[in-house]
Design a binder for this molecule. Structure first.
Ligand code: HEM
Length: 143
């Protein structure tokens, strides 16, 4: 069963890897027209939804693999990766609401800029958390 769990675990980690390019896409948001901004935010919203599903799969398969090991390990890497997973989940939730708002039709320029600034910050923190989670998961001995 382990090989199935690790397959879906790593597949979900790969899907989460899309958030590494998020800040670079959002950085170019201001150069786009209103229509293009709406199209891009729609695509980003799709990726956020995929990311939310990936997090659930990561948590499920991670816990399943840990229980497979016999005893529930309470090591630092498990705690760190679980905390990172919840941080990423919270950030995805916040990005979800901002992208949804950006997709609505009745927003003025000031509101768009406000949401865009928040999105930029959230996307950078998400990127760093994903990189950190992959680093901890692939090198648990560093903790
Ligand atoms: C954002 C969160 C996470 C990411 C990106 C992630 C990523 C990964 C990756 C890439 C591997 C393969 C590592 C390797 O074989 O060298 C792995 C393995 C593993 N992960 Fe995660 N993971 C995350 C969260 C979790 C959580 C929350 C748990 C536990 C509740 C967990 C439990 C495990 C276990 C048990 C393995 C297998 C280790 C082994 O077979 O030696 N992961 N993870």
């Amino acid at each position: 069963m382990h090989h199935i769990f690790i397959f879906f675990h790593v597949l979900s980690a790969l899907l989460l890897g899309s958030f590494i390019v998020f800040p670079f896409i959002i950085m170019r948001f201001n150069d786009l027209s209103l229509l293009e901004q709406r199209k891009v935010s729609n695509t980003l919203l799709f990726f956020v939804k995929v990311g939310e599903i990936s997090l659930i799969v990561l948590l499920f398969t991670g816990t399943a693999m840990l229980s497979e090991f016999g005893k529930m390990s309470a090591s630092l890497w498990v705690t760190t990766s679980s905390i990172l997973l919840f941080i990423i989940g919270a950030l995805l939730g916040m990005m979800h609401s901002k992208l949804k708002a950006l997709n609505s039709l009745n927003l003025d320029k000031f509101q768009i800029y406000k949401y865009y600034k928040r999105l930029r910050i959230y996307s950078w923190i998400t990127m760093l958390s994903v990189v950190l989670a992959i680093l901890v998961m692939t090198n648990p001995e560093i903790l």
